[in-house]
Ligand binder design. Structure first.
Ligand SMILES: [Zn+2]
Length: 413
């Protein structure tokens, strides 16, 4: 069996284990949405199943089903209960796990919603959700059987929100399907939302390497109507009723705009098939965030929008780490004894798994200061879109990481 070392994760080459065509053997062309609550504090985390839904199409990948390119801070895995054969796996990060690194997590227990989409199984499967800490050690795990015949799997019906296809690069079975969700746009502001969403697509697809791979992306705008215009800004005492309940001041950081209400996000998207979601918040205030395989969220009208959306999508789509540093973390995000799984930073614990080849080829360097620490964490370039808003391009390592993820999603049969 061939072994591949990709981004610091030892993977078994799975072509021999799960051949193309296995999708149809194990899965329907439908989506099983599984909702969980992740709870705990800085020292202990737990996972609880909440509920399950069915939608009519599967937008995710149909090959390389049992393989993750990036480890993430957690994984959801479907196995055959009789043989333990891995049928599908995906990785992710969560706002909950980020919160556990803040001082608040030493003072109080909290619960966060998370939703995941997996292909709808034809027979009962074991679903295992695993969370890992910043030492890449398992911090929580739960496992349960999901029977596709369970009468309590709720079929989702069309929620009636208007939508429009903004860019169709290819067959949804092969392309990366991205939904842009309206957040804080009233009925009267729907035309503005569609203009802002089109601007989002244009910003992303004008940046390399996305520009060269337009054919690998589909973008659909979904426009739930908001009661209020704009989004909540707690440090100004402003609270709004909006579809995704997003707000600034996440973890008391002014510019950190997120939503913890992932069920609201998924309910607002409804039956539209998607793999990635960009929550577009109707505000001129600077802010946003991107969480790997979870959500990108971005204020629509700040002058830096075009460049920051690309940075945040780099987090959410390609698992890229921040290459900047302020030394402002309560505790280090990337401890010195652990190689981070993110492809564009290193602690030199396992640099060979990162961009040593590009260093030797003279295409990248190694610069100290990244991942919120000025010491002990290194980045591949002096500047990069993942470091500053003024840098126009992704560095060669980030560019390669994005291309690898696109290949992973769009691999042919
Ligand atoms: Zn970079």
């Amino acid at each position: 069996m061939k072994r591949l070392l990709i981004s610091g994760i030892l993977l078994l080459s799975c072509a021999s284990l799960l051949q193309a065509g296995d999708f149809d053997r194990w899965f329907e062309d439908a989506t099983l949405r599984l909702d969980y609550v992740f709870c705990g504090n800085a020292s202990k985390q737990e996972i609880f199943f909440s509920e399950a839904f069915r939608t009519s199409e599967w937008a995710g990948r149909r090959t390389r089903l049992d393989e993750v390119l990036l480890e993430g801070n957690g994984q959801i895995r479907l196995t055959d209960p009789e043989t333990d054969k891995v049928l599908y796996v995906n990785s992710f990060s969560t706002l909950f796990q980020e919160w556990t690194s803040y001082e608040e997590a030493t003072l109080v227990d909290r619960a966060f919603e998370n939703c995941f989409q997996v292909p709808f199984p034809k027979a009962p499967v074991r679903v295992t959700v695993t969370l890992t800490d910043n030492h890449r050690k398992v911090s929580a795990r739960m496992s349960h059987i999901v029977d596709p015949a369970d009468i309590l799997i709720r079929p989702l019906s069309d929620n009636g929100h208007s939508r429009t296809v903004l860019h169709r690069g290819g067959d949804p079975q092969r392309a990366c399907d991205v939904v842009i969700l309206a957040e804080g746009y009233t009925a009267a502001e729907k035309p503005k939302f569609y203009r802002d969403a089109a601007r989002t697509v244009e910003a992303l697809l004008s940046h390399e390497p996305f520009a060269s791979r337009k054919d690998c992306f589909n973008f659909t705008a979904v426009a739930p109507v908001s009661d209020d215009s704009g989004v909540s800004i707690p440090h100004k005492g402003v609270w709004k009723r909006t579809p995704a309940s997003s707000h600034f001041d996440t973890f008391y950081v002014d510019r950190y705009l997120t939503t913890a209400n992932m069920k609201d996000v998924y309910d607002a998207i409804g039956t539209v098939p998607f793999e990635h979601v960009i929550v577009l918040a109707n505000t001129p205030v600077y802010g946003g965030g991107g969480i790997f395989n979870s959500v990108t969220i971005m204020g629509s009208d700040h002058p830096t929008f075009r460049v920051v959306i690309v940075h945040e999508f780099g987090h959410a789509f390609a698992g890229l780490a921040d290459e900047y540093y302020y030394d402002d973390m309560y505790e280090p995000m990337y401890p010195a004894d652990t190689e981070p799984w993110e492809p564009n930073i290193t602690t030199k614990v396992d640099f060979a798994s990162k961009w040593q080849d590009l260093l030797e080829a003279g295409k990248a360097g190694i610069f100290e200061g990244a991942g919120y620490s000025s010491k002990g964490v290194f980045r591949p370039a002096d500047d990069c879109r993942m470091k500053t808003n003024t840098c126009p391009d992704f560095c060669p390592v980030c560019t390669r990481a994005i291309n690898r993820i696109i290949d992973y999603y769009t691999a042919g049969e």
